[in-house]
Design a protein around this ligand. Structure first.
Ligand SMILES: CCCCCCCCCCCCCCCC(=O)SCCNC(=O)CCNC(=O)[C@H](O)C(C)(C)COP(=O)(O)OP(=O)(O)OC[C@H]1O[C@@H](n2cnc3c(N)ncnc32)[C@H](O)[C@@H]1OP(=O)(O)O
Length: 147
């Protein structure tokens, strides 16, 4: 695997009874909700803007299932910085077995301006730190750090 293809797994979820479908396995809709939220946070940090929306998701490939008590981890990778868009690849896998549960080849988010119109984001590469947290949400430099 090329290093550019490496997905960072950020978030873990412990599968609870309310996440299951009528067959007792992980409900696909729960997974998609978690991924959309994860992708929104990832896009906000990569683009440094909290005004982002989901535009498009490619085919979703459910590869294996999970059940109550399993822990799954969700990973995202920016694969293309467009003019107003950011395209990501997603994978969800079982934390213990590392078996892939789901992959989505492209999730596209669009960067918006104050009028909620697509706006160029000016980003070309991935950031691995939090320096693009939107300005409004960053603590002022003089504020003491919480203990
Ligand atoms: C860490 C921080 C904490 C912050 C803490 C506070 C946060 C607090 C806010 C929370 C917020 C969360 C958000 C959650 C995620 C939702 O839940 S979003 C809700 C679901 N999504 C929507 O409602 C979006 C509805 N769609 C739209 O409004 C319009 O389609 C849009 C998005 C404004 C785009 O309009 P458009 O006319 O299609 O725009 P257009 O200029 O043609 O295309 C824009 C870009 O999309 C691309 N595109 C268009 N169609 C497609 C397509 N079918 N396929 C692929 N790409 C496409 C274009 O190629 C273009 O990309 P670039 O070439 O510029 O790079």
């Amino acid at each position: 695997m090329h290093s550019d293809d490496i997905i960072n797994f950020h978030t873990r979820k412990w599968i609870r009874p309310e996440d299951l479908n009528a067959n007792g396995t992980l409900f696909g809709g729960s997974l998609l909700r978690w991924i959309d939220e994860e992708a929104a946070i990832y896009a906000m940090i990569q683009l440094g803007n909290e005004r982002v929306v989901t535009k498009y998701m490619s085919e979703i490939n459910f590869l294996s299932s999970a059940t109550q008590g399993d822990i799954v981890e969700m990973g995202l990778r920016a694969v293309r910085f467009g003019t107003t868009s950011l395209t990501m690849r997603a994978e969800v896998r079982n934390l213990f077995t590392r078996h892939s549960i789901l992959t989505i080849e492209s999730i596209v988010f669009v960067n918006l301006d104050e009028e909620w119109r697509p706006a160029p984001h000016g980003r070309t590469g991935i950031t691995f730190d939090r320096d693009r947290i939107p300005e409004r949400l960053r603590p002022a430099l003089h504020e003491p750090r919480p203990r």
